[in-house]
Design a protein around this ligand. Structure first.
Ligand SMILES: Nc1ncnc2c1ncn2[C@@H]1O[C@H](COP(=O)(O)OP(=O)(O)O)[C@@H](O)[C@H]1O
Ligand SMILES: [Mg+2]
Length: 326
């Protein structure tokens, strides 16, 4: 008889890069206690995920718990299948803190080698990887200069390179573009987008347009609470208006025709740009009937669409409401 061998394999399948259940952080004690993160349930799927919120929202506190830099008050968090703070979890991610501390006398290359060795690489391997990363971040010639002489953008590149040195599966970046000039920002954003094709990225920012440029999914946090977590596409869809805008060379005539149609609930001319605004009773019919209406009026159509609500508007609205719009 063949003895069936029992295999105790680590579970390698996972659904979320980052997952948390009622994750909470209270700073201080008793009357000084302050709840910075209020029992949040994070779901970060593979890909690039933005963590957005105004200053003081709790982004750094959350990330610090995820990477094991500060203790969790209550609840739990996992990186893939590993408990946040565990050695196994640490192997899975690379982390760029909001204010990385560099040894200014060290050269960029030596710093990366040092970080590589901390991450478990042998010296020769760490050196090879450090040089590869310096080339990748366009700082190959500067790698032999002390970090103290680097610009803000170069420091940020070294910080991200250090987070990547041990080839992690997930990159956690806390405000990687803060304190950079516009050119520095753009180049870091490009690199992060490129990196995210092979490594999952969880990136925080208080700047909406940056998150919008990089991410497919967003979690928004305010006052320690998640207010929205969804794909950018869904967020836009959810908040998009129901008012169509039509512009032709005969807007008054078109308006009069539209007002008589049973598929129209309300139509008017917008003062600012004199376009026709239409709220339909039946959007499908409005869309199919518009060409006929234009022909009947012998008009020329310039445009017909639902004006897109900008993400900025959505976030302003959500923050103003102080909660989620479900
Ligand atoms: N060590 C600390 N002790 C007490 N309060 C803190 C500490 N760190 C952060 N906070 C407070 O927790 C809240 C969240 O801060 P933080 O996580 O840094 O927000 P964000 O990164 O979104 O700007 C803020 O009100 C901040 O003042
Ligand atoms: Mg922060």
């Amino acid at each position: 008889m063949i003895k069936k061998e029992k295999v105790t394999e680590r579970k390698t399948d996972f659904k979320y890069e980052i997952w948390s259940n009622e994750l909470q952080k209270i700073y201080g004690k008793k009357d000084k206690a302050f709840e910075a993160v209020k029992k949040i349930n994070l779901r970060v799927e593979p890909g690039i995920h933005g963590f957005l919120g105004p200053n003081g929202a709790g982004k750094t506190t959350t990330m610090s718990m995820l990477v094991g830099a500060i203790s969790i008050t209550s609840g739990e968090a996992k990186i893939r299948n590993e408990d946040a703070g565990s050695v196994a979890a640490r192997r899975l991610f690379g982390f760029l803190p909001q204010d990385p501390v560099f040894y200014n006398h060290m050269t960029g290359e030596d710093y990366l080698i040092y970080m590589g060795k901390l991450g478990g690489l042998h010296k020769t391997e760490a050196r090879k990887r450090a040089q590869e990363l310096c080339a990748y971040f366009d700082i190959f010639d500067d790698r032999v200069r002390p970090i103290g002489e680097y610009s803000g953008g170069m420091k940020q590149k070294i910080g991200i390179a250090a987070a990547l040195i041990h080839k992690p599966k997930l990159l956690i970046l806390d405000e990687p573009t803060a304190n950079l000039d516009p050119i520095g920002r753009a180049s870091i954003i490009e690199k992060i987008k490129e990196i995210s094709k092979t490594v999952s990225v969880f990136v925080s920012s208080h700047i909406l347009s940056e998150i919008e440029q990089m991410c497919d999914r967003v979690t928004m946090i305010n006052n320690g609470e998640i207010v929205i977590s969804d794909t950018l596409k869904n967020i836009k869809k959810k908040y998009i208006g129901n008012t169509y805008q039509l512009d032709t060379n005969k807007n008054q005539e078109i308006l009069q025709s539209l007002e008589k149609k049973d598929y129209v609930q309300k139509a008017w001319i917008k003062e600012e740009d004199e376009t026709v605004q239409v709220i339909p009773k039946d959007a499908d019919r409005l869309q199919t009937e518009i060409p006929k209406l234009i022909l009947d009026n012998k008009a020329i159509m310039y445009s017909f669409h639902i004006p897109e609500v900008s993400l900025q508007d959505i976030f302003m609205e959500v923050y103003a409401l102080g909660g989620s719009k479900k």
